[in-house]
Design a protein around this ligand. Sequence first.
Ligand SMILES: [Zn+2]
Length: 132
Amino acid sequence: MTARPVPVTTVETKPFWDGTRQHDLCLPQCVQCGYLHYPPQPRCRRCSAQDMTWTTLSGRGRLWSWTIVHLPSLPGVEPPFAICEVELEEQDGLMFVALADVAEHDLATGLQVEVRFAEDENGTAYPQVHRP
Ligand SMILES: [Zn+2]
């Protein structure tokens, strides 16, 4: 199996990946209005302010939707696997996307989940959706 690709960081995403190394889910939060953003944005989607601060979130949320991928399409991840969309508890409508570490038959809309981190052989920590 090919290795999972190493994330390429940008100015906007580096704090996110720095947080994953500590097993923290960190997202940018608008200093002006408090709105949280995922994926990271250089400017607030709600008020257009450019000042952001990085906030560590609980990682807790509810499963909103998912899809099961049966074809080999993500290097380093053996199919089948589930890609989950989780609404994080810190903000209504704040959706986070990650692979599931939950059995397919246990996936259900509204399921309480949390984001944890799993390290690959290169030490890169990737977020995963787990049951608490
Ligand atoms: Zn704002």
